[in-house]
Design a protein around this ligand. Structure first.
Ligand SMILES: Cc1cc2nc3c(=O)[nH]c(=O)nc-3n(C[C@H](O)[C@H](O)[C@H](O)COP(=O)(O)O)c2cc1C
Length: 199
């Protein structure tokens, strides 16, 4: 029983929802190209996250939604509606970010632009990869997330195409990333829970 329950001798429905239901965190794959490595990275993140048992984690693959390029469709595409509904059902995000020309992919930018309120007042962590750990793409993403009212946490695992992948294609992450991954997830869970209270 929570603090309202102790005062009023019973829990409110809102309080029960806030304390009993697990947070829902989407692990968003930022690339959609054929031959992409993002599913391998996403599955690794999910494996680490699931062991924590502190939230419901799911992979959210932008490619599944067949989003039209913003403004070029009718706006009534089922994928567009499904994308907004999926985001609305989530409390927080972990973005799997790959660096394309020193920024995020066009697919991720389009997916970010394709929703608005469904992003607001939620938290996000970033896991990035590239020749310099995808750092430049991740920093671009932080600027975009600010505009969407997504609170991005500080801890940011960066994976190297040179040392965390074999032949730039088979994901073999170094052991050292595990500590950073869990620190990032700790922050995402804390902030996702906090922001849920203001939505
Ligand atoms: C169009 C394009 C541009 C890229 N530009 C960069 C870049 O600026 N910096 C970098 O570190 N890697 C760059 N790369 C390499 C990608 O980070 C690498 O191919 C990575 O595997 C892409 O993620 P994905 O396999 O999930 O699509 C680029 C790749 C593509 C396809």
């Amino acid at each position: 029983m929570g603090f309202l329950g102790r005062i009023f001798k019973g829990s409110t429905k809102e309080e029960e929802n806030m304390t009993n239901s697990k947070l829902k965190i989407g692990i968003i794959l930022g690339s959609t190209r054929q031959g992409r490595v993002s599913p391998q990275v996403g599955q690794w993140v999910k494996g680490i996250a699931d062991k924590r048992e502190d939230a419901e984690y799911e992979i959210v693959d932008i490619a599944d939604f067949k989003l039209p390029f913003l403004g070029e469709g009718t706006g009534q595409e089922p994928g567009l509606q499904a994308w907004n509904e999926k985001l609305a059902s989530l409390d927080g995000f972990v973005f799997i970010v790959q660096e394309y020309n020193h920024s995020i992919t066009g697919a991720l930018k389009n997916a970010l632009d394709s929703a608005r309120e469904a992003w607001n007042n939620k938290a996000a962590g970033i896991v990035s990869y590239g020749s310099t750990g995808g750092a430049r793409a991740a920093e671009h993403l932080r600027g975009i997330l600010g505009e969407l009212k997504v609170a991005d946490v500080r801890t940011h695992p960066t994976l190297s195409l040179f040392t965390d992948f074999e032949n730039y294609s088979v994901f073999k992450p170094a052991e050292l990333h595990l500590t950073n991954m869990n620190a990032m997830l700790d922050e995402v869970i804390a902030w996702s829970g906090a922001l849920k209270t203001i939505r």
